[in-house]
Design a protein around this ligand. Structure first.
Ligand code: COA
Length: 182
């Protein structure tokens, strides 16, 4: 198994990955199994948005994937979000998820991203443990906002601060100072 960046040769392999994760109720945003065309449309939109998509591959199979993308808002452009991290149900526990997320972190850091964010379903303790093992910390929790039918789950917000020092930044935190202070 090795991790690489998405290439067109991986497109077909992402369909069974997404379908089987969605089919086993994996918390990645699909509430039913998407048709191949839906997976394709998601992928096309993701790549068009400037996201970087990592895949863990074994032979012809895509075992896992995950993406990062900067936020659009100009004041959040140094912040990027990790999304759609998933490992095929029959390939779990072999380090594929960790390898994908580590590749995303390394790539975002090399691209100058200052902070990486992500969110998890409250009951997804396995994913939270994976992110925590890579240094992510919980920064907030929106209680019972994620809807799966009539079930509600916390949205757990996590982040990884990639800044290593002041680097010319003037950090105000929440003090009443600087542009926009009231
Ligand atoms: C979460 C997920 C991506 C983990 O993928 P994986 O390839 O099985 O993870 P890894 O084998 O790389 O595990 C790395 C670490 O994550 C943690 N972890 C992963 N799955 C876990 C689980 N079910 N329970 C507890 N810890 C878990 C462990 O700390 C593990 O390290 P260890 O093996 O040294 O204990 C996978 O379970 C998945 O695809 N789930 C469905 C989709 C999903 O929830 N995606 C995340 C959305 S935020």
């Amino acid at each position: 198994m090795h991790v690489s960046w998405f290439g067109e040769q991986h497109r077909a392999g992402l369909v069974p990955l997404v379908q089987d994760v969605a089919g086993t109720r994996g918390a990645v945003g699909w509430l039913s199994v998407p048709a191949p065309e839906e997976v394709d449309a998601w992928l096309t939109g993701l790549l068009a948005s400037g996201a970087r998509l990592a895949v863990a591959v074994e032979g012809d199979r895509v075992l896992a994937c995950g993406a990062w993308r900067r936020h659009d808002a100009v004041v959040l452009n140094a912040v990027a979000q990790i999304k759609k991290v998933m490992t095929h149900p029959d390939a779990r526990g072999r380090g594929a998820g960790r390898a994908v997320v580590q590749a995303l972190v390394d790539d975002a850091r090399a691209d100058g991203v200052e902070v990486l964010t992500l969110d998890c379903r409250g009951n997804n303790h396995g994913a939270q443990r994976l992110y925590a093992a890579l240094g992510f910390v919980v920064t907030g929790r929106r209680p019972d906002v994620l809807a799966v039918g009539d079930e509600r789950f916390d949205q757990v917000l996590m982040h990884l601060d990639l800044r290593t020092g002041p680097a010319g930044l003037c950090r105000h935190g929440s003090r009443n100072e600087g542009p926009g202070a009231t």
